[in-house]
Design a binder for this molecule. Sequence first.
Ligand SMILES: Cc1cc2nc3c(=O)[nH]c(=O)nc-3n(C[C@H](O)[C@H](O)[C@H](O)COP(=O)(O)OP(=O)(O)OC[C@H]3O[C@@H](n4cnc5c(N)ncnc54)[C@H](O)[C@@H]3O)c2cc1C
Length: 484
Amino acid sequence: MCMNKNVVILGAGIAGLNSGIELLQKGHKVTLIEKNDNVGGLCSGYDINGFYIDACLHWLMGTRKSNKLYKLWNNIDALNDEVKIISLDNFVTVDYSGTKIKVGRDLEKTRQEWLSIAPEDKRNINKFFQVVNAMDKVMSVALKCKTKKSLSDYFKVAYKSPSIIKSMTMSRKEYAKRFKNPALRFAITNMMTGYNNMFFLFDVYSLFSQGNADVPSGGAKYMIERIKNRFLSLGGNLILNDEVNGIEMKNDKVFAVKTSQNHIFYPDVVISTFDPRYMLKNLLDSKYQINKINKANQRINKNPISSCFNVYVTIEGDISMIDGPTLINIDPIKVGASDIDYLLIRPYNFDPQYFVKDNKTVVSLFVDQNHLDYHYFASLDVEELKIEEEKIANNFIAALIKKYPELEGRVNILTYFGPIELEKRANTSYGALQSYSLTDLNSFYFAEGKVKGIKNLYCCGQWTRSIGGTPTALLSSHKIVKKI
Ligand SMILES: Cc1cc2nc3c(=O)[nH]c(=O)nc-3n(C[C@H](O)[C@H](O)[C@H](O)COP(=O)(O)OP(=O)(O)OC[C@H]3O[C@@H](n4cnc5c(N)ncnc54)[C@H](O)[C@@H]3O)c2cc1C
């Protein structure tokens, strides 16, 4: 018989909300504590100066109904029959000094287009699409692998050819070198956000081509609102604006959870969903550690975390010159510690109900950042940071207008954020938006589960598996609930 437990969950991002809902469905009593004034964590959207920005979702893995992830999203009401799923024609359009390369949903059409642009790269273009086509089968099995070893054994069997395995574990920059065409080299290196290797690019592009990495209309804010309502309708207790600031131990169990609003909870079970490094350092004695995450952190120069600098603007009038998500090359600008030579432009006119108002369209300008950029920004004082971030935002806009001079006088800044703001938003190490990236097969790690030495404390969330992102938050929390 299932004994109903009193569970306290720390943090109301995707992992906290999902574990909360699944536990309520199993009959447990759940209290969810969140430091911010709303739920969502890194997966959030905001109203700013009369406009709405989605500060998260570029794509959501699991939008295809037959997919296992869809069932989990549907269970928490993130996706349902009423939610319109928007399928863009192109993953991205790359505009490299005027050469346009579409990374399209239709793989065969895209392959043909690439061949006509770069016939000199025929062999490597065909190999690229061969792997993208095969990823569907690979991922459906890979998702079932529970350990790093079973995953790597699987790849050895699935791809008998070592050269394919090798190509999958290469950095995108390294892999791109095999293409002679400079526009293709630029496209492969930069078409996807973050620092993950070719495997992740093959995977995401394959999922996109199958309609399994699309966007729910309304984006993050409305998706999170639906999930929150499901949690509340099941009788969950949600506490907002309250930061967990202490965990009291008695013998080998968490005895009490304390918060900044002087609440004290005496749970049977605790699930921590935010960055475990932050949690262990700030809330517990240093003798408690999660070795796999420590190891991942020691390898951070090889497996960087992914953060970003993201500028949101409105553009007045016609923006048809920007044909969906677009990657352009720019004169290098310094962002944090990095010299950046690209800009990812995301016009949100694909969802006009939410993102277009008074003939003005919300557009985001995005570049990757990592732990080194975080350290750079963190070394600045408040005033220096303000000046530096404003300069970066203006540089992004100048680069946009250089590419599209017709936008002069029509672009207005709504807001911007970088690693420092992301750190504040969710107590995420280095201001990461995703956890340690995947650069080789050895860098896969699974660390969700109990904290060694503490009988009733579990960890889940994006930091407990490599890559991170909303699917990791969802799957790791789903797995934890089964243990309670
Ligand atoms: C700009 C951007 C773009 C992204 N794009 C995508 C995308 O396209 N697709 C995708 O899948 N993912 C994307 N992500 C990543 C995705 O948002 C995250 O990986 C995911 O939301 C993490 O969920 P989580 O529940 O594991 O952690 P979090 O969202 O970090 O949730 C942890 C929660 O704990 C709270 N918390 C922290 N400390 C405390 C404390 N002491 N007390 C109480 N509460 C606390 C935090 O406020 C937060 O709400 C993006 C993120 C950003 C920022």
